[in-house]
Design a protein around this ligand. Structure first.
Ligand code: HEM
Length: 412
């Protein structure tokens, strides 16, 4: 999209005349290739052992980035709502602006309205993933096409929702190797969307840097547990568990190549967790803290022996340990987890405000996610220390093909 076209998109937008237009008018001559200017696969320079990983991720393709890619260490999840009176045109204009801005940001170039493109210039494996909620379908007049799973999850016994992070019409998942890249992309995309969408909340999260001493070792959450060991395989026979339209199943209208995203903010009580000894901690999960190995095994990849008993005849892996309860009872009860830790400033009189921004991808959350969550809500030792405080379900749009805007098939 050139500058004139972008200006037209914003100007003719609902409630036109907001910050976006002003910013376009003031913008620099930024449409040329940015300082990075490299193609999607060019390796980062000066990154030692990381040189093999591309410093930018491709934006265009059948799927959006940020789903099956190795999660980057920093993330922001931004919930936005469409304005009152939004129509299909509003949705189209918004996705047109975001398509252009995200493509530039992911290539380490500032969007057209960027007055500080230098903040975008360090290639940081930025990915921005756009997902839509039920309200998007309603505004676009597409209720009849809305997949039945794109609705709030059923209530679970353990839920204690707070009002700060409601379901929204849209979700941006922004991830990168650098917190600067995340902050900058978030700011540009939220400001650039005005007045076509308004930010409601932001959840920030982090993981171990990928340069960590033990590369291969998955994410450790703030309970110290190795988290993310058992996951569906990606890029092959198990794709139907994740991508809509894969595995021989029909995709909902306009979503072939997309997926669903469940986001649940789960508070973790580090203060009461601190009172538990090492053995108790391992018992609660069914795996060793040090290695992530099942209590019946030696290494992380060992298959848990659920029948093993100790000298007193008790199961080594407790039937209500988290791992045991989360295991699939049917082959389709599997999800791709990509959680992030949060560690926010505690309130007055509190010592910690920490937890997990739990994120999972699956083709159908009702079929795949809900049975697991139901079992965990009924019995899971981890519930002693964890509390879900928000929940949302979104449809991740398919990737944008050459010359196409995100959501093109859905809004056609
Ligand atoms: C604060 C909340 C949570 C924490 C700290 C946590 C932590 C863990 C840990 C340490 C493991 C074992 C290693 C692994 O396979 O990743 C695990 C496994 C798993 N968790 Fe969670 N988890 C949480 C919430 C959830 C939720 C909400 C779900 C889904 C509803 C879930 C689903 C799973 C699944 C499917 C597995 C793999 C089970 C298997 O071995 O097949 N977890 N979790």
């Amino acid at each position: 999209m050139d500058r004139v076209e972008r200006r037209a998109v914003l100007r003719t937008g609902l409630l036109a005349g907001g910050v976006g237009v002003a910013a376009v008018a003031a913008t620099r001559a930024a449409s040329g290739p940015g300082p990075a200017g490299q193609d999607a696969a060019s390796p980062a320079s000066g990154q030692g052992s990381r040189a093999a990983r591309p410093a930018t991720l491709p934006f265009r393709g059948p799927h959006q980035a940020g789903v099956v890619d190795e999660p980057q260490p920093f993330a922001a999840f931004v919930g936005l709502d469409l304005p009152k009176g939004a129509t299909r045109q509003t949705c189209r204009r918004l996705l047109r602006v975001w398509t252009d801005d995200i493509e530039r940001l992911m290539a380490a170039r500032g969007p057209l309205t960027d007055l500080e493109p230098e903040l975008a210039a360090v290639p940081s494996r930025l990915s921005v993933t756009v997902a839509v909620g039920p309200g998007f379908y309603a505004a676009a007049g597409l209720e009849a096409d809305r997949p039945s799973w794109l609705a709030p999850l059923p209530p679970f016994e353990v839920d204690r929702f707070e009002p700060h992070w409601p379901q929204t019409d849209l979700l941006l998942q922004i991830r990168a190797d650098s917190p600067v890249a995340v902050a900058h992309a978030q700011r540009r995309l939220v400001v650039g969307a005005q007045p076509l969408a308004v930010q409601r909340w932001v959840q920030r999260g982090f993981r171990e840097p990928l340069t960590a001493v033990r590369p291969g070792m998955p994410f450790r959450n703030l309970f110290g547990q190795v988290d993310g060991t058992v996951q569906p395989a990606t890029g092959g026979a198990e794709d139907g568990l994740i991508w809509l339209g894969s595995g021989g199943l029909p995709a909902p209208q306009g979503l072939a190549g997309g997926t669903s995203l469940v986001i649940r903010r789960i508070a973790m009580n580090l203060d009461t967790w601190d009172e538990v000894d090492r053995a108790g901690r391992e018992h609660a999960i069914g795996r060793r803290i040090a290695t992530g190995a099942p209590l019946t095994g030696r290494v992380e990849s060992d298959v848990p022996d659920l029948a093993a008993t100790d000298a007193l005849g008790f199961p080594v892996i407790d039937p209500v340990s988290h791992m045991r309860r989360a295991m699939p009872l049917a082959p389709h009860e599997r999800i791709l987890r990509a959680p992030y830790s949060y560690d926010d400033a505690p309130g007055p009189g509190e010592r910690s405000n920490s937890g997990l921004v739990f994120v999972s991808f699956q083709a159908d959350p009702v079929r795949q996610f809900v049975p697991i969550q139901q079992r965990l809500a009924e019995a899971d030792l981890l519930n002693i220390w964890t509390t879900p405080v928000s929940s949302g379900v979104y449809a991740v749009l398919p990737g944008a093909g050459a010359g196409e805007d995100l959501g093109a098939a859905l809004l056609a």
